[in-house]
Design a protein around this ligand. Structure first.
Ligand code: ATP
Ligand code: MG
Ligand code: FE
Length: 332
């Protein structure tokens, strides 16, 4: 079967072709327009999706070297995400399905981040645990089957990606700051500054206290030395990153012990973070886990993960009608 996947939940317009579970193309159009505003502007995002969607789908078809008439189904992100952005992908998918008389498949974006692990080998075996860390979510998910997933822990306030991006803002780094903190952290001392680890019950997370403590810390340091950030940027980034990573991995360890699970994965944009990737590999060696870390192109938003999720739904003939509408919030 040939599946066309469409992703448009935030500020990446993406299209992908999947043949029998294998990804043949994954075209991602990023939206540079938001950088000048220091964050995604929803109204602008949906307009740029509208400009990018047809070229992205065209490119995905050309790169996969297939004929558009041979596509068997179209899978799209129904939610969660920005409603205006989701509407563009949803409307395109509906029109494409209608025009070509093929079935339509809805995909949950957060499930798709996890199912990105089924693109390449080795694939995790059920049940496994996935720490999904992205711009809008931080979840520990017990994955029992492709579409049988249970959230066993989540953030009570900010997401891990938000913690990175908001810290970057405090440090006067441009948006999106997560990858820049990662870059600076590479040559910094992670033990130089100690930021607090919140004491949150069970498998849940909180990042808003950390953000406030970084804000006050930087403010106080700048009062004493106006060049503080220029002189210590790498050490501050390394110390903040080390704390975010330790918060995430301590809860993941707790979850793996509680559920007695040895197959552990990470997913979502923050799983591109080198500190998290290295920390997980070290922890896995200690705990004898099999770890699954996505390729960089499958960490942040992409349509390959939508196409692969669509492929597994296609096998189950799990289709939706033309009356489907996008959902800004969408539970599993
Ligand atoms: P959601 O998936 O929750 O709807 P989203 O789709 O906007 O949110 P993703 O595209 O999965 O999120 O991830 C984007 C986030 O990942 C941003 O917060 C970004 O800063 C963060 N990020 C990307 N690369 C890195 C990195 N190397 N280190 C830290 N954070 C990173
Ligand atoms: Mg994005
Ligand atoms: Fe995402």
């Amino acid at each position: 079967s040939i599946i066309l996947g469409i992703e448009s939940s935030c500020d990446e317009t993406s299209a992908s072709i999947c043949i029998d579970g294998e990804i043949l193309s994954n075209v991602i159009a990023n939206q540079a327009i938001h950088h000048q505003y220091g964050g995604v502007v929803p109204e602008l995002a949906s307009r740029v999706h509208q400009q990018n969607i047809i070229p992205a789908v065209h490119q995905a078809i050309v790169q996969a070297k297939i004929n558009k008439n041979h596509i068997d189904a179209v899978a799209f992100t129904r939610g969660p995400g920005l409603l205006g952005s989701l509407l563009i992908g949803t409307s395109f998918a509906k029109s494409f399905a209608l025009a070509n008389s093929i079935p339509l498949i809805e995909v949950n974006h957060m499930q798709a981040h996890i199912l990105a692990h089924f693109i390449d080998h080795p694939k995790p075996t059920f049940p496994f645990l996935c720490l999904t860390v992205s711009g809008g979510h931080t979840q520990i998910v017990l994955v029992k089957d492709y579409f049988d997933m249970q959230i066993v822990g989540e953030t009570l306030d900010d997401a891990a990606g938000e913690a990175f991006d908001k810290t970057a803002k405090i440090l006067n780094l441009p948006y999106p700051g997560g990858p820049l903190i990662d870059q600076h952290a590479k040559t910094g001392d992670p033990k130089k500054y100690k930021f607090p680890e919140p004491q949150i019950p069970e498998l849940n997370f909180s990042f808003s206290g950390l953000k406030t403590s970084i804000l006050y810390f930087v403010r106080d340091q700048l009062k004493a030395n106006p060049n503080f950030l220029i002189e210590n940027m790498n050490d501050v980034c390394a110390s903040v990153q080390a704390r975010i990573v330790s918060i995430l991995l301590n809860k993941l360890k707790k979850a793996a012990d509680l559920y007695q699970i040895k197959d552990v994965a990470i997913a979502g944009g923050v799983s591109a973070n080198s500190g998290l990737r290295e920390g997980l590999i070290q922890l896995a060696a200690q705990k004898n886990w099999n770890v699954f870390i996505p390729k960089f192109e499958y960490c942040t938003d992409n349509a390959a993960m939508i196409a692969i999720a669509g492929y597994y739904k296609y096998l189950n003939k799990d289709f939706v009608g033309q009356d489907v509408a996008p959902l800004a919030r969408m539970p599993f």
